[in-house]
Design a protein around this ligand. Structure first.
Ligand code: FAD
Length: 342
């Protein structure tokens, strides 16, 4: 087990509510680390609707999901949070009063006085293609995410899907892989037109293959893949040689390991009180889409408010001796100093 990273507050989830919590906690002098399973910051806004407009962020008539993420990142810059992406929080264990040991699936360990669960709908998990026996190859020959590109050097890759992930990884892994075949069920792609153009040029130049159809069966043994059976759009069957498959069929949200952290759950949501947004475990808070209370609305603006109130109570755990004085950013020179504007 690696040496524990010590922090005041660990935030689980880098969605909009987790990001704004960094700001509210920072104003009260608390240092934060933020962990997210995804390879990018922004939660649902960045993963599910980066280019869609949002019209109900107070004071901002229109901003896209990605635009809001970027604005929040700019706003929290003065507090310099540390992000740990591509890592899932696996366990949260109480070791003091309050002190928690929090562990990621990559073996990273945190010791933190306060935990803020801002995990939204839970963890995004890849959709598994309906191919019999595919589970036996997962983690050895079938991968739903690219954590390290180097892993795919000299591989004979079959990339399946027609969206941005499938096209981006086709283009990014092309220089490393021995050969890439892109397989999609129709000759029409949802990905950015520029990526589709680049892919078609590689195909025209004979540098990769494009096939239209679906995987129906896998060939190999002991988790080592040798090839796949493909059913074409014309129902004709063919075989393709490959040692690795990367299916990109989109993501679903599942509550994931949150269910094992000792906090009470109600229909996969965490009940909290509306004064502090603390859970049944003192020192563990839940804000944003993951929590529930009478009248809860799953809106970004609700999560922002919850973060502000949560920070007040969190400060009592982190600085038990300190009295929190209510201040406005407009007029408090001490807050302005923290923000680097004074
Ligand atoms: P999320 O954005 O869901 O982020 C949670 C993060 O936690 C994720 O990145 C996830 O990977 C991470 N996570 C979960 N479990 C773990 C774990 N164990 N370890 C590490 N990381 C973990 N809201 C509005 O207010 N206005 C709108 O117009 C609007 N439009 C929307 C349009 C669409 C299409 C969708 C899908 C939602 C929309 N919403 C809108 C809702 C809004 O996006 C959510 O309310 C908001 O994203 C919730 O933020 P959050 O930070 O609580 O969670």
């Amino acid at each position: 087990m690696s040496e524990a990273i010590k922090t005041d507050v660990l935030i689980i989830g880098a969605g909009p509510c987790g990001l704004f919590a960094v700001f509210e906690l920072g104003l009260l002098d608390m240092k934060t680390h933020v962990v997210d399973i995804l390879d990018k910051i922004g939660g649902q806004c960045a993963e599910l609707y980066p280019e869609k407009p949002i019209y109900d962020i107070p004071g901002i008539p229109m901003v896209t999901g990605q635009g809001l993420t970027e604005a929040l990142m700019e706003q929290i810059k003065p507090f310099n949070p540390t992000f740990h992406l591509n890592e899932m929080i696996q366990s949260v264990e109480k070791i003091g009063d309050p002190l928690f040991r929090v562990t990621t699936d990559a073996g990273k360990v945190f010791e933190t006085k306060v935990v803020v669960i801002a995990a939204g709908g839970g963890s995004f998990q890849p959709k598994r293609p309906p191919v019999p026996g595919i589970e036996a190859y997962e983690g050895t020959s079938v991968f739903y995410a690219v954590r390290k590109m180097e892993q795919f050097r000299d591989k004979e890759l079959l990339i399946v899907g027609g969206g941005d992930s499938a096209l981006d990884w086709t283009l990014n892994l092309h220089p490393l892989a021995r050969r890439i075949t892109l397989l999609h069920r129709r000759d029409d792609f949802r990905a950015a037109p520029h990526s589709v153009e680049q892919m078609r040029k590689l195909v025209a130049d004979g540098k990769m293959d494009l096939k239209i159809g679906q995987v129906t069966a896998l060939e190999g043994e002991n988790g080592v893949l040798k090839g796949a059976q493909i059913k074409g759009a014309d129902n004709a069957m063919s075989a393709i040689s490959c040692d690795t498959i990367l299916p990109f069929f989109g993501l679903t949200m599942k509550i994931g390991p949150v269910a094992e952290w000792g906090v009470t759950l109600e229909n996969n949501l965490i009940p909290v009180g509306t004064e502090t947004f603390e859970t049944n475990v003192p020192g563990i808070f839940a804000i944003g889409d993951i929590n529930t209370y009478p009248g809860k609305l799953k809106l970004i603006l609700s999560g922002f408010h919850e973060g502000a109130l949560m920070a007040q109570k969190a400060s009592r755990y982190v600085f038990p001796e300190k009295r929190v004085v209510f201040q406005y950013t407009t007029s408090s020179s001490s807050l302005q100093k923290k923000l680097g504007v004074n």
